[in-house]
Design a protein around this ligand. Structure first.
Ligand code: SKM
Length: 496
């Protein structure tokens, strides 16, 4: 079950949104009384409620907005119980002052906005002693292992427990609540109204993650990145899993650069079977592979890892996807050696994706120039892969058949910039922008205006994800659906 948190300043708005949520199918709604700016009128708020509620009035130190006295707050919680609401959320340190009464269930809660304490089990045990029907612990995740500790706590608890790690890093604990045996999870009503850090929108929980049907048998995959919120991989992989009728889910896994080792140590213990890998981990992740395909070793980076017992298998589906796009656009035979001989490519950027494309083009005997704003990075890439470099301010001087943007220039939210001038693009060129959000970058617009042939980031993104889907599931991906989903998400609807 999902409990949708609602916090509005006015009774009328709270009541209306509660009604709306119930009409939309919400089974449980948390009314945050601390958001109401006037005196709380419980009779008005819940007297004629459309569905079950959790009532709470959160103090400032617990991330709430309660401004009045503590005495008034405790009175309000006692009154909430007296009105017979389904649940009241009471912080562990005041639980003894609020007696059980009637059929109202007690959620005994604990919040820590700075971290996940070492003594999690002891805190949980003390909370369970407070006449709890449900224990709820919400702490900030600072490393991936905080999620793992929280998940284990919930799985081993003798009393119904909701264990949530807050922040982007803790999102998986919210999505996996059902799987690990929590009575419910929390989600926000609208994306712009997050009542706790890392809270996921209710619609997204249903439409992207299909929360209600996640269970202990669900296979888990995900994307590791830092940050991870911008990634559309969860959207397209989850759509594909659901379309294929698979009991599998794909999670956003925020893993900071220096937390990769911790992630690798623990991901198996929570059942993750395979991952996509993006910035900043593509190069470092290769070192964790027990085996990697030859192209991945040649490139020096992977974007996919499959966990198979003790084995960690590395793949680079960016490379395969980019080469498919290029070979198709130049009408070349797939995988043929020398197929790009006599052609010149200019690659902007020297990160993971540029590396994969440069390597693939060199295999096909293309004459490759790499240009990066950080000269040392392009020098290193050129040295390792065997290609040329050109200083960033001279990039327009290369007469290229193929221009590739492997930089994030033009990516959301800085969508008004291009890494290359329109005056240097001509109709005989192929312009390949690896940025997929938005699809229609300024560079792609320039290419369209000049009549150049195009490869967009969406073309490549869908193909690399389709290869990943095959590695994850052994089945062919529903590519049309994946393309439709990503296009919907990255091409804003124009209202005339
Ligand atoms: O190579 C891909 C990766 O598989 C996923 C991704 C994303 O989720 O944004 C981007 C690319 O790096």
């Amino acid at each position: 079950m999902i409990c949708v948190s609602l916090g509005r300043a006015r009774h009328q708005r709270m009541i209306a949104e509660h009604q709306f949520l119930v009409e939309q199918g919400a089974q449980l709604v948390e009314l945050r009384l601390d958001y109401i700016t006037r005196a709380v009128n419980l009779k008005r708020l819940v007297g004629d409620r459309p569905g079950p509620v959790v009532l709470t009035a959160r103090r400032k130190e617990d991330g709430g907005r309660w401004e009045k006295s503590e005495q008034e707050r405790l009175m309000l919680l006692r009154s909430a119980i007296a009105t017979g609401v389904e649940y009241v959320d009471i912080e562990a340190d005041v639980a003894a002052q609020i007696p059980r009464y009637g059929s109202t269930k007690r959620i005994i809660s604990y919040h820590d906005f700075s971290g996940t304490p070492d003594e999690l089990e002891e805190i949980h045990a003390a909370m369970a002693e407070e006449d709890a029907d449900i224990v709820k612990i919400a702490t900030m995740a600072n490393t991936f292992s905080d999620n793992v500790r929280m998940i284990k706590l919930v799985q081993n608890a003798k009393i119904p427990t909701i264990g949530i790690c807050m922040g982007e890093m803790g999102m998986i604990t919210r999505i996996l609540s059902n799987r690990v045996g929590s009575p419910f999870t929390y989600a926000t009503f609208s994306a712009d109204k997050k009542l706790a850090p890392g809270q996921i929108n209710w619609k997204e929980m249903n439409n992207v993650y299909h929360y209600e049907s996640i269970n202990p048998q669900t296979s888990l995959f995900g994307v590791i990145a830092d940050p991870v919120g911008h990634s559309h991989s969860p959207l397209i992989h989850n759509s594909a899993f659901i379309d294929a009728g698979l009991n599998a889910r794909y999670l956003p896994l925020r893993v900071p650069k220096d937390d990769l080792q911790t992630f690798m140590n623990h991901c198996h213990s929570i059942g993750i079977e395979g991952i996509s890998i993006t910035i900043p981990h593509k190069e470092a992740a290769l070192d964790y592979c027990t085996q990697a395909e030859a192209s991945a070793t040649g490139i020096g980076a992977i974007n996919t890892m499959i966990f198979n017992g003790e084995e960690r298998l590395g793949y680079n589906t960016d490379y395969r996807a980019a080469m498919d796009c290029i070979e198709e656009t130049f009408s070349l035979q797939r995988g043929q050696e020398n197929s790009m001989q006599g052609k010149v490519a200019l690659i902007l950027g020297a990160g993971g994706v540029s590396r994969a494309i440069a390597w693939g083009l060199r295999q096909r005997k293309c004459d490759v120039y790499v240009s990066s704003r950080t000269e040392e990075r392009s020098q290193l890439l050129a040295h390792e892969i065997g290609c040329n470099t050109i200083p960033w301010d001279q990039r327009h001087e290369v007469k290229a058949h193929l221009l590739v943007n492997g930089t994030p220039v033009g990516m959301h939210p800085n969508v008004d910039v291009s890494p290359y001038n329109m005056s240097s693009i001509n109709e005989y060129m192929v312009v390949f922008d690896t940025v997929y959000n938005p699809e229609n970058t300024v560079l792609i617009k320039y290419a369209k205006q000049t009549g150049a042939r195009l490869i967009t980031g969406v073309d490549m993104f869908v193909r690399q994800a389709a290869y990943q889907f095959r590695l994850f599931t052994g089945q062919d991906a529903p590519t049309d659906l994946m393309r439709a989903k990503i296009k919907q998400a990255t091409n804003p609807v124009r209202i005339n």
